[in-house]
Design a protein around this ligand. Structure first.
Ligand code: PLP
Length: 393
C-alpha cells in the first residue's frame, strides 16, 4: 500500500466513479413525446413548461431559454445596455466565456483578483476597479460556490452598476437561502454537457425585471415582440432559441437535480472535513452564507512545501495514478490569446493578479461534480489516496 501507483505500486482504486450524464426512461419518454408532437421548436409547450419550472426553482419571475451559457451572457449584456467602450468588471478565475461575452459587445473586460479562500471575485477589489466607464459587473459563482453577493450587491448599488450573475456552474446553489441567478439584475446558466443540469448544450437567462425579460426575449427571437405578429420586430435580434429536444431533456434531468445536489453537498462537506486534516491540503472555503453549494467542481489547494516540495503537476499525476480523476483547472484569463492586444486602454500583458496566478499556477486541484455523486466509500478512497501520496512522496 505504501508504494505509489505512480511508481508501479497498487492503486487505491481501479473502480470508476459515477459517469455523466445520467438518464433513464424519463428522458426517452420525454424525447418521444417531442418527436410525436411534430413541434420541435419554440412552440412546443415543453419550452414554456421548463421556463416556468426553472423560474420557480430559481425564485424569479422570468426565465428565457437560449442556445448556451455564452449566449445567455451576451443577451444579458445587450438587455442591460452594455456596449462599445463600457467597462465590465469580471474575475480572471473563470471559463473563457465570461470574458468572451464582454468582448463580443466591444466592451472592455476589467479583471479584478479573487478571494484566496474561494477563488470568487473579491468584493473589495471590485470596488477599487470602478471608474466612470464601469457599467456592469459579472460575479461568477465559481465551481458552484456562490460569490459574496451581499458585498457585491452593496458595492453595485452604491455605484449604480448593472449585475449579471454568471451562474453557469451553479444550478441550485444558494446564498442565504436565495438561489443564485435571482440576486443580481440578471442570471445566466449553462446546460452544456458537463453541467449539473445538462442537455448537451443550452442556456437560460433569469430575471425579476419585466423590461429586461422583454428585451432578452426579443433579442433571442429575431427581435420579435412577444405580443406582436410574427413578422413585426422591435430592435435587433437573431435566432438564439433552444430546441424542444433540449427542453424535453431538461425537464427530465430536473427531476433528479435536488437529490443529486443533496448528495454532492453531503460528500463535499465530508471531503472538506477529512481533507482539511491533511497538512498541506486546504479545501476551498465554504462561506456560512452558502446554504446550498452546487459543487460543479470540488476544489482544494495543494501546498507543495508540505509535500516534499513536489510540484502540483506531480501531485495531479500521482492522484490520477491512484484512480482519482483530477485536473489543474484554469489559466489566468487575462493571459489568453484574445488579450494579446490592448483593449480600451488596458494592456493585459501587464496584468498579474497574485491570488489568481497562485491558484492557476501552483495550488488549485479540481475534482468533477460527478465524482461527488459517489458513495461515502468512494470519498474515503479520495482521502486515502491523498494521505498515501502525502506519506510517500
Ligand atoms: C463560468 C462559466 N461561464 C460561462 C460558461 C459558458 O457556457 P456555455 O458553454 O454553455 O456557453 C461556462 C461553461 O462552460 C462556465 O463554466
Amino acid at each position: 500500500m505504501s508504494k505509489l501507483a505512480l511508481d508501479g505500486g497498487k492503486p487505491v482504486r481501479t473502480k470508476a466513479f459515477p459517469g455523466w450524464p445520467i438518464w433513464d426512461e424519463t428522458e426517452k419518454k420525454s424525447l418521444m413525446e417531442t418527436l410525436e408532437s411534430g413541434q420541435w421548436g419554440l412552440y412546443n409547450s415543453k419550452i414554456s413548461e421548463f421556463e416556468k419550472k426553472y423560474a420557480d426553482f430559481v425564485g424569479v419571475n422570468h426565465c428565457i431559454l437560449v442556445t448556451s451559457g455564452t449566449t445567455a451572457l451576451v443577451i444579458s449584456l445587450i438587455a442591460g445596455g452594455i456596449g462599445e467602450g463600457d467597462e465590465v468588471i469580471i474575475p480572471p478565475y473563470t471559463f473563457t466565456a465570461t470574458a468572451a461575452a464582454v468582448l463580443m459587445m466591444n466592451a472592455v473586460p476589467v479583471f479584478v483578483d479573487v478571494d484566496p479562500g474561494t477563488y470568487n471575485m473579491a468584493p473589495e477589489e471590485f470596488e477599487k476597479a470602478i471608474t466612470e466607464r464601469t457599467k456592469a459587473v459579472i460575479p461568477v459563482h465559481i465551481a458552484g460556490g456562490p460569490a459574496d453577493m451581499d458585498a457585491i450587491m452593496a458595492v453595485a448599488k452604491k455605484h449604480d452598476i448593472f449585475v449579471i450573475e454568471d451562474a453557469c456552474q451553479a444550478h441550485a446553489a444558494e446564498w442565504k437561502d436565495q438561489k443564485v441567478g435571482g440576486i443580481g439584475n440578471m442570471g445566466c446558466f449553462s446546460f452544456q454537457a458537463s453541467k449539473n443540469l445538462c442537455a448537451g448544450e443550452g442556456g437560460a437567462i433569469t430575471t425579476n425585471d419585466p423590461e429586461l425579460a422583454d428585451r432578452a426575449w426579443a433579442y433571442h427571437n429575431c427581435g420579435r415582440s412577444q405580443d406582436a405578429s410574427r413578422y413585426e420586430t422591435y430592435g435587433l435580434g437573431a435566432n438564439f432559441r433552444m430546441t424542444a429536444w433540449q427542453a424535453a431533456i431538461l425537464l427530465s434531468q430536473m427531476t433528479r437535480l435536488e437529490e443529486q445536489t443533496k448528495t454532492r453537498n453531503e460528500n463535499g462537506v465530508y471531503l472538506s472535513e477529512k481533507l482539511a486534516e491533511i497538512e498541506g491540503i486546504t479545501p476551498a472555503r465554504r462561506d456560512e452564507a452558502i446554504t446550498c453549494h452546487a459543487y460543479h467542481l470540488y476544489m482544494f489547494q495543494y501546498d507543495s512545501s508540505k509535500f516534499n516540495n513536489k510540484p502540483r503537476e506531480k501531485f495531479l499525476e500521482a492522484l490520477s495514478a491512484e484512480g482519482i480523476p483530477c485536473s489543474r483547472g484554469y489559466h489566468p484569463l487575462y493571459k489568453h490569446d484574445m488579450f494579446r492586444k490592448p483593449i480600451g486602454g488596458i494592456d493585459y500583458s501587464k496584468i498579474n493578479l497574485p491570488v489568481t496566478e497562485k491558484a492557476c499556477n501552483e495550488e488549485a486541484v479540481w475534482l468533477k461534480q460527478s465524482t461527488l455523486l459517489g458513495t461515502k466509500e468512494d470519498m474515503d478512497d479520495i482521502i486515502t489516496a491523498v494521505k498515501k501520496i502525502k506519506d510517500n512522496f
